[in-house]
Design a protein around this ligand. Structure first.
Ligand code: FE2
Length: 440
């Protein structure tokens, strides 16, 4: 299985993984290696994807803020992310883009050549993250209408769970919409048990137990490797894990969806930003964050707030034609190198005003970080600090034609926040872009 998936691909050198993580020594909060050792009765284990990506628990604690918790008290245990599924207008070209620009590797495929006359689907990986991009082949495919309405976007935030039936029973009891009852899907590689529940807009959570399956993704998919030849000196990968996915919901609906994640899925509230926390003179939003027990899966949920002009959330809701996933935060151990590589590959990021770095109040709050501030300024990387440590982050411009989905890169150093202190600086930059598009 592992050989099949990694055949013909670069393997991550464990030494370089370690080297990229040494910044943790700057942060006392992550220095205690024993902190992530499973204690008696704990369930903190690496997922299969993390083991295959040669990550360890200490790295994951730093990368995505992984924590231990008592799974036995969890009504809806979630292990972590299974896959992020996108529907796009042209999956063939999108899959190429994620490989050539984002350094992802192709590992599986399904399409007309394998009996799927409806659409093509490409399964891509970076570290422990699996992306699936689907595009219609049949003009009558339901994917055509979905893409026409929403543009390219995330249709499914699939989660790995140890017990699909237990989760569905809990979801049913708590009043969730069950889109697919629990059932087995089988092929020569074994059996996957799946179910699906509805979340905001036309987004779903497929629940996946693949513990009895050895195939490359799901039954019907065949292993397939990238034909792209990488530069010999290119890094093995540009990011290692998925930190969070932000959902944009309609005005007045944020608390409803926070309640959904609390009651249906047993998620806990992590942080809360309201009113002035995320407001410029012209636009505002409210945001709350929910996370699963071990914090691998974190969902900030945004709703627009009343302000003088339309916020970036309003713009998203208009162009996505409703609620949906706004951004995916990709965790990296070396954001400077990642940003340099991505820029060289043609990826565009939001500009950060020089004033952001020269503001004395901000400098004071940032304190000392692992590199001189000029290194961050030249790349437009933002810094935020809280009582637990700091984080470095940067946001791309929209990935597709509509001003909807984008990526964030994040390098955590103890901080478990989401860059609250950067929101205002960021939104000023976002609004400048929005104004240029004529949507402010
Ligand atoms: Fe974020």
């Amino acid at each position: 299985m592992i050989d099949l998936l990694t055949a013909g691909r670069h393997r991550r050198d464990p030494a370089s993984t370690l080297a990229s993580m040494t910044h943790s020594t700057l942060n006392p909060a992550t220095d205690d290696a024993t902190a992530t050792q499973p204690a008696d009765g704990s369930h903190l284990e690496l997922t299969q994807a993390e083991r295959r990506a040669e990550l360890d628990l200490q790295q994951l604690k730093q990368l995505v803020g992984l924590v231990d918790y008592d799974i036995d008290k969890d009504p809806f245990p979630v292990t972590g992310w299974d896959a992020i599924v996108f529907v796009v207008g042209n999956a063939t070209q999108t899959a190429h883009y994620y490989q050539s620009a984002w350094g992802m590797t192709l590992e599986a495929y399904n399409g007309p050549e394998h009996g799927n006359r409806d659409h093509k689907a490409f399964v891509l990986r970076s570290g422990s993250i699996r992306f699936v991009v689907k595009g219609a082949v049949d003009p009558d495919s339901p994917l055509v209408a979905h893409q026409a309405k929403h543009g390219d976007g995330v249709v499914d935030i699939a989660l790995e769970v140890p017990d699909v039936d237990r989760c569905v029973a809990q979801a049913q009891k708590a009043g969730a919409t069950i889109l697919e009852e629990a059932h087995d899907v089988t092929d020569e590689h074994g059996t996957v048990r799946v179910a699906a529940i509805a979340t905001y807009g036309e987004t779903r959570h497929t629940l996946v137990d693949r513990s009895r399956y050895t195939g490359p993704y799901l039954p019907g998919y065949v292993a397939k490797n990238s034909t792209l030849v990488r530069r010999p000196d290119a890094p093995k990968r540009l990011f290692q894990a998925l930190d969070h996915i932000v959902g944009n919901v309609e005005l007045g609906k944020m608390d409803e969806w926070v309640g959904f994640y609390n009651k249906v899925m047993g998620f806990v509230n992590m942080a809360e930003f309201v009113g002035d926390d995320i407001a410029t003179d012209y636009s505002a939003l409210m945001s709350k964050v929910v996370a699963n027990g071990n914090h691998r899966v974190k969902f900030p949920l945004n709703e627009p707030a009343i302000a003088k002009k339309r916020s970036q959330i309003d713009e998203y809701l208009d162009f996505y034609r409703g609620p949906g996933a706004q951004h995916l935060a990709l965790a990296t151990g070396d954001i400077l190198r990642t940003v340099d590589e991505l820029r060289a590959n043609g990826i565009e990021f939001l500009d950060t005003p020089d004033s952001y770095y020269e503001d004395p109040e901000l400098r004071e709050r940032i304190g000392e970080v692992r590199v001189p501030i000029e290194e961050l300024q030249s790349r437009g990387i933002l810094v935020d600090r809280d009582e637990d440590g700091y984080l470095l982050q940067i946001f791309t411009k929209p990935l597709g034609d509509r001003p909807t989905v984008f990526f964030e890169l994040i390098e955590r150093h103890g901080s478990l926040g989401f860059g609250k202190g950067n929101f205002k600086a960021l939104f000023v930059a976002l609004e400048r872009e929005q104004d240029i598009r004529g949507n402010l």
